[in-house]
Design a binder for this molecule. Structure first.
Ligand code: SI3
Length: 294
């Protein structure tokens, strides 16, 4: 799946002042992401606040992102849900809209058996009408920590072509690289993109790519050219920004940057996601000015 390798922005979901999904801002954001030369979009993931949206809203975000982004790069729709039925509905939408792939977190909260999780992924593949599936391994948020053997079992399902590893376990990243030649292996934590790429990832998906896409492209170019020291210098510039985003809450802080850059109209996140605290503004304004100047 060469088209799915590369750098994809985990798309945010902009709202209007009333807290409804803003279609015009979403369109502007899709255009802004592709203007940075990124390879694709990861639509409706954690960064898209997908678990805080209704099924209809998630479908609407899929549709608008497809209308605006079709032909600009790869479109990966995150369809993970608490029920298999909802995940299947969303997978069918992605298939109908011409997405390139679907992806899903495991089903959370009820502590399902590994066999039930396997059935959930098989059911998504079934509903996705031929679209490839990328597993989304995010133990810190899902609470589900897969061993290598468990991942091997899921990766063996027909239709599963890759995995997005949002973990800081670079040993497991390298094991996946070594054990599964040809696997689509995508790095999840932006602050560790360099570590992920040198451990075998063939691309990445990240929230901060929404605003620092060009830096990550440069980082990957340097890695591919063998210049690890140069890539580390770029990673450090990214991480100086990420340190601040993490200190204030990465999603509200990123939305504030997009707001300051004129791409979205309000920095709101959906409750219970917290909004920004006052002390953040000056530091984020300085970052917005730095990014606007690049
Ligand atoms: O699903 C998604 O929106 C992602 O791709 C998320 C991505 O892996 C982000 N992970 C989480 C848990 O938010 C990262 O981009 C993350 O925000 C960033 O590295 C800061 O920690």
């Amino acid at each position: 799946p060469a088209r799915l390798a590369g750098l994809h922005a985990a798309l945010m979901t902009p709202y209007d002042a009333a807290g409804e999904v803003s279609e015009p801002c979403l369109r502007q954001l899709v255009a802004a992401v592709f203007n940075q030369g990124l390879d694709g979009l990861y639509v409706g993931g954690s960064t898209g606040e997908s678990l805080l949206l209704t099924t209809e809203e998630r479908q609407r975000v899929f549709r608008v992102a497809a209308e605006e982004g079709k032909g600009c790069g790869a479109l990966i729709g995150h369809v993970g849900a608490i029920s298999t039925r909802e995940a299947q509905i969303l997978a069918r939408s992605c298939a109908a809209l011409g997405y390139d792939a679907v992806s899903a977190i495991p089903p959370i909260y009820f502590q399902h058996s590994r066999a039930a999780i396997r059935d959930y992924y098989a059911a998504i593949v079934d509903a996705a009408e031929g679209l490839p599936l990328i597993l989304y391994n995010v133990p810190a948020m899902s609470g589900i920590r897969f061993t290598l053997a468990e991942l091997q079992d899921l990766l063996g399902l027909p239709g599963v072509v890759g995995i997005k590893q949002t973990t800081n376990d670079m040993y497991q990243m390298e094991q996946l690289h070594r054990g599964f030649p040809g696997l689509l292996l995508l790095n999840g934590f932006d602050e560790m993109l360099l570590a992920g790429l040198v451990s075998g990832a063939n691309g990445g998906i990240g929230s901060t790519y929404n605003v620092m896409g060009q830096r990550y492209r440069e980082l990957r170019r340097l890695v591919l050219a063998g210049d690890t020291a140069g890539a580390l210098a770029v990673q450090s510039r990214c991480n100086a920004v990420i340190d601040t985003l993490l200190a204030f809450g990465v999603f509200p802080a990123l939305k504030y940057l997009l707001f300051r850059l004129g791409i979205i109209r309000t920095p709101l996140c959906r409750a219970p996601m917290e909004s920004l605290t006052g002390g953040a503004i000056d530091r984020l304004d300085a970052i917005a000015a730095e990014l606007a100047g690049e």
